[in-house]
Design a protein around this ligand. Sequence first.
Ligand SMILES: O=C(O)CC1=CCC(=O)O1
Length: 259
Amino acid sequence: MSKIKMQNTTLNYVFDDFKKEQTLVFSNSLGTDLTMWDKQIELLGTAFNMLRYDTRGHGKSEGTEGEYSIEMLGNDVLDLLNYLKIEKVNFCGLSIGGLTGQWLGIHAPERLNKLILCNTAVKIGNNEGWNTRIETVQKNGLDSIVSGTQERWFTPEFVIENKAEVDSVLSTFVQTPLEGYISCCAAVRDADFTNEVSKISVPTLIISGTEDLVTTVKDGDFLMEKIPNSILAALKTAHISNIEKADDFTKLLIEFIKN
Ligand SMILES: O=C(O)CC1=CCC(=O)O1
């Protein structure tokens, strides 16, 4: 793992440079860290150069004072690419990572080959819901929402059959720095790409989960209707599709990036 010091934060990342033509960047969801992509890293082997990082305020990336915005998180990615001197990447982001992906697609298309938007939407949830969540965790901490989080992230069948794995993801969740979590909740609350998303011109794969109640297949359909050069694939998963259906998810990535 390495860290770069940027203007007002320090970002933790892992870059596996296999000297391939294509680089794939992974951007994690709220309350997770770069280890959420472990299965993809294992399954992809050396197919692409692989860059994964902890979103600001998550994992080992430093938090900064005050609320974040998706623009800030998008600029963190651009700073990281500039630092590593990587001109163009394929960017795969899940949920808030998918919001960062939309921002990059709209504002920095010259840095993208292809975009993969997973379990995301032009607008995730509503302001009231996010403000309630922020107040709850401010008062009672992340432990107080762990069971609701599990229900949103994984189907009951997956939890029964993969208890150790689910526990490990949730243990990362409760260890997320509270301020970083809250600041990212604010970034999600304030993001709405409804009127801009049609500006995304790079080839885009949208991945939805049929059992995802946070960012639904309907949200994925909306993205597909608005993004001209896009296709959609739906997997039978809840919110964290890349963990719940790791094989199918990774096959979709390979097929989309290579073709
Ligand atoms: O924890 C959730 O509610 C799911 C989620 C919303 C944005 C994100 O990144 O994860």
